[in-house]
Write a protein that binds this ligand. Structure first.
Ligand SMILES: *Cc1c(COP(=O)(O)O)cnc(C)c1O
Length: 492
């Protein structure tokens, strides 16, 4: 049976094709699309280890995308993973201080979001053609800092698309903001909102579910889709690099085929680590998926207690892409924990919306053994950056440092791969202040000073940023997101 997609909340389990799920982003009932089945990988791990990133991506993704022809998928992959990355290996694995780091920051926006967002626009263009879609696709994106830039970079000047990004105006790093405000492309727009990521994400979801507004846009030949990890087309490409990391460990003789390893994943919206869960279900030998959180440790508490409670203070931290209290992709995990029960999933999500918390059943809780969880506060994150730098001069960004800190407890008896999600140059001020006590202004000055200290060459993305023209910052109230969309689309 070919794989199709159904919503985590749909009691009738209505099925759509992969290309339809990718075009829609969110299911009309507010749920998230999941595949009807998670395909087992049949090729031996030792064979997979011999493949290039693009070849491996083809093997992993093909069963999930049965309505894409081999040729179509291959063309998408070649376009997505090429000279837009600063290394031909795409996702190199390095070893420092007794742990392995999977470097996912070699793409055009120097954060791991590129691994999915360089591919998604190509998948979406093919999906539009396949479904004879005439409307222009409007990608609405809430971002905690990295998705917005990576999505704009991926969709810039892609025919038949427009992309509108909302970010918390005081919740991203100056480099992240500058990256967004220097974005090229006639079809890209970006707004800072006076609120946090959760407000941006909730409003985007509400706009997706606003039928009247959608009908109005449809009359004008527009339809919405999403580049957030609620879109299954964002999630699937992330499965690939878990297999790729494993292959690199095999090739380096660090493990034997079949040996189980851990992954420590710096987590916000639960997209990255959920892709690891899919990899495990497909047959990759993973012992623990370690969910690493920052001071906003709603997920650590959930894994330890079985209760999810978003009613708590929200902190702006040095790892802003993880400053999230409502982790969207956890909904997909709940669906699996409940043995794919849309009723249970729906009722938990409704409780979260109405009361701000929910508790999973004892039966569901026993299925959490695939995961471990921990967090690093701001001091622990800074100390981890300093510790690893002292070992061999490697500089971690604050997100990676969170995962590296949390991993320490787990790496003694099991090889552990820490997912390195961003370049330190994306967060120069935070990295600088972890390494020295000398005060430093943020922004361009911080970049130059940091480079003198860590002696890592600037990636191409930073070189471009230094000379790019910066657009005016547009900032709006969270309640004005809908009118901002109307302004962009109708050019009043
Ligand atoms: C988005 C992001 C994360 C969190 O990933 P999720 O899929 O949202 O859990 C971690 N680190 C960086 C640098 C990110 O951009």
């Amino acid at each position: 049976m070919e794989i199709r997609y159904q919503s985590t909340r749909d009691l009738n389990a209505k099925k759509v094709t992969a290309s339809q799920a990718i075009l829609q982003g969110l299911s009309p009932d507010g749920g998230l699309y999941v595949p009807t089945e998670i395909p087992a990988i049949k090729t031996p791990l030792t064979e997979l280890a011999k493949l290039s990133y693009q070849e491996l991506a083809f093997k992993i993704l093909k069963p999930y995308l049965p309505d894409f022809s081999d040729q179509e998928l291959q063309t998408c992959l070649t376009a997505a993973y090429g000279s837009n990355f600063d290394t031909s290996t795409i996702a190199p694995l390095t070893e420092h201080a007794n742990a392995f780091y999977l470097e996912l920051f070699h793409g055009p926006t120097i954060a791991f979001k590129d691994l999915a967002l360089q591919l998604l626009p190509h998948l979406m263009t093919v999906a539009a053609r396949k479904n004879k879609l005439k409307a222009e696709i409007v990608i609405l994106t809430a971002t905690s800092g990295d998705t917005g830039k990576a999505a704009m970079e991926g969709f810039a000047d892609v025919p038949q698309t427009k992309i509108i990004v909302f970010y918390p105006k005081d919740g991203v790093s100056p480099i992240q903001e500058k990256q967004m405000l220097t974005q090229k492309g006639q079809n890209t727009s970006v707004f800072g909102i006076a609120g946090n990521f959760d407000q941006a994400q909730t409003n985007v979801k509400n706009i997706f579910n606003d039928q009247e507004f959608k009908d109005y846009l449809a009359q004008h030949n527009y339809r919405f889709s999403s580049a957030n990890s609620i879109n299954i087309g964002r999630l699937l490409p992330q499965i690939v690099y878990y297999f790729y990391a494993y292959g690199q460990l095999l090739n380096a003789g660090k493990i034997t085929a079949g040996q189980a390893i851990n992954f420590s994943v710096p987590t916000g919206n639960f997209g990255d680590i959920l892709a690891g869960y899919y990899a495990k279900k497909m047959g990759l030998p993973i012992k623990k998926l370690i969910c690493a959180s920052n001071k906003n440790h709603v997920l650590t508490d959930f894994f330890n207690s079985g209760t999810y409670d978003k009613q708590r203070p929200f902190y702006v931290t040095s790892s802003p892409s993880m400053d999230i209290l409502v982790s969207s992709n956890l909904e997909r995990l709940l669906y699996y924990l409940s043995d794919r029960n849309p009723q249970t999933t729906r009722s938990l999500m409704e409780q979260l919306q109405h009361t701000g918390n929910y508790q999973i059943s004892a039966a569901m809780k026993t299925k959490l053994t695939d995961f471990a969880a921990g967090f690093a506060d701001e001091n622990q994150t800074a100390a981890e950056i300093k510790r690893v730098f002292a070992v061999d001069g490697t500089t971690l960004d604050p997100h990676t440092a969170v995962a590296s800190y949390v991993a320490q407890e787990w790496l003694h008896d099991t090889p552990t791969v820490i997912i390195a999600t961003a370049s330190p140059y994306k967060f120069p001020q935070a990295v600088w202040s972890a390494l020295t006590t000398i005060p430093l202004a943020d922004g361009q000055q911080a970049l130059a000073e940091l480079q003198k200290l860590i002696k890592l060459p600037y990636p191409p993305a930073i070189k471009q940023l230094l000379t790019a023209t910066v657009k005016d910052r547009q900032s709006i109230a969270p309640t004005k997101m809908k009118s901002a969309i109307v302004d962009v689309l109708f050019d009043h």
